[in-house]
Structures are given as C-alpha cells and as structure tokens.
Ligand binder design. Structure first.
Ligand code: PEP
Length: 260
C-alpha cells in the first residue's frame, strides 16, 4: 500500500500585509488551525519584515511560518538579500524557492533555484521548491520537459537524504492569481510525473516527499484537488489573505485526507 503522506497547506502572502491587518489574520488562522488534526500541517510564508510578528503571534500554535525566498549566499556583501540563517533566527520553518514570480521578474535560473534550495536545507529550513510551466509551454506540449528540467536541476544538487527533506509545489504559471485552476486530472498528471522523477533519485523520496498544488486554489476547488493520489496539499496565494478562505482550504485537506 502507498505510504500515506501528511497533508500540508501553506499560505504565500506575497508582498501583502500591514502590521495591524497581519495581527488579525494571524490570530484568526492560529485559532482556527488549533482544532485541525495533526495529520494536516499548516504554514504561512510572510514578507521578511513580518517574520518577528509571525513568530510572536504563532509561537506555540499549530501554524508554522516561513519566508518567500532566501539568498543563495550564507552572508556577505549582498545588499537587499536575506540569508536563510536569518529566517531561522526568527523561528522560520519554510522557505519558498523558485516561485514563478521570482523566475520571471528576477530572472532566477533553475541553477540558482537549486543553489537556494541547498542553502535553505543547510540552514535547517524546509524548502518549498516551486515548478511550473507557462500557458505557451503547455500548449506546445512542453509541460513535462520544462518541469523535468526545473526539478532535475534541484535534485542533481541534493543527496538522497536531502531530497527527502524538500517539499515541491507544482504551480502552473497560467493558474497563479488568474482564477484559472488546473483540473484535478491535469494537476494529478504532473504530480505523478514529479513523483516518477523523484523515484529516479530515491524510492524513499518518491514515497515521502510532499507535493503541493498551487494556482488559484479556493475553498470550492481545494478538496477535489487534494483528493488526488499524488497531491498532498496546497500552496495558497490570494486565498491565504482571508482567514475564512484559508481555514476552509485547511478543512478541505482534512476532508481529502479522510477519503484518500
Ligand atoms: C502563489 O502565488 O503561490 C499562488 C498559488 O497564488 P494564487 O493562489 O493566488 O493563484
């Protein structure tokens, strides 16, 4: 029987938030998540200036916190960058790396994303490695070659043991913030492809690595996505800014866990 992986729902706040609004949101998420079963993990990746606030308000709760990027460097003359170790000092557990917005707007290469993944691991963070194709690439039948290239660049840099400690988020670029979600079947097909790619690294990674789907996940489509064999939860952008929606998506993970 296939190993039952824990479900995970992580919010990506992107560049949103203000101290007063964050307080309301974090307290509501922390309170709502308190009643979720252990089998569903919850996290929020906040803008770096709000890490201390997340630490104060989420410490001791069911909700972990993290950052949306890390530097490829440990320290030094890299103005504007944030080292993984700095996030760890504020209790962070997760670091998103290779989000499509960073690949597109900051020209991050697959090689750089791989270096950042390794840096996050070395600092003790769990990297959430984002991969995904554009609409043009999908329509040209290049989905697997693009995603294969993105994930192989990362896996090549990791030992089998390190590969076990990453989370991967499949986020089709055409579904991010657009309201267009991949169908459960489309998402499952790519997740199965990712699991096969992991198997080439190690069977343990293929069985154990948590694979998230991201791209316009909302309360009304989450459960159907999370029920798929190889989808272990979601990376949630817009809906993570509304506590009612975010908690409803967490509940969808609980419901999907019960039937999968
Ligand atoms: C994201 O930015 O990672 C994301 C999935 O955004 P949204 O849910 O808003 O599409």
């Amino acid at each position: 029987m296939a190993k039952q992986r824990a479900k995970l729902v992580v919010g990506n706040w992107k560049m949103h938030g203000r101290l007063a609004d964050n307080k309301v949101l974090l307290q509501a998420v922390s309170q709502g998540a308190g009643s979720l079963p252990e089998a569903v993990g919850v996290g929020v990746c906040v803008p770096c200036p709000y890490l201390a606030q997340a630490q104060v308000l989420l410490n001791g709760s069911r909700v972990a916190w993290g950052v949306q990027d890390v530097s490829a460097h440990e320290q030094g003359a890299f103005t504007g960058e944030v080292a993984a170790e700095m996030a760890v000092e504020f209790g962070a557990s997760y670091a998103i790396v290779g989000h499509s917005e960073r690949r597109a707007y900051h020209l991050e290469s697959a090689e750089l994303v791989a270096t950042k993944t390794l840096r996050a691991l070395e600092a003790g963070l769990t990297p959430i490695v984002c991969v995904g194709e554009t609409l043009e690439q999908r329509e040209a039948g290049e989905t697997e070659s693009v995603i294969g290239m993105q994930i192989d660049a990362v896996l090549t840099k990791l030992s089998p043991d390190q590969a076990l400690r990453i989370v991967i988020a499949y986020e089709p670029v055409w579904a991010i913030g657009t309201g267009k979600t991949a169908t459960a079947e489309q998402a499952q097909a790519v997740h199965a492809f990712l699991r096969a790619r992991l198997a080439a690294k190690s069977e343990a990674a293929a069985a154990g690595v948590v694979l998230l789907y991201g791209g316009s996940v909302k309360p009304d489509n989450a459960e159907q996505l999370f029920r798929q064999q190889d989808i272990d939860g979601g990376l949630i952008g817009g809906a993570s800014l509304k506590h009612i929606d975010f908690l409803a998506i967490c509940q969808a993970a609980v419901a999907a866990n019960a039937v999968r």
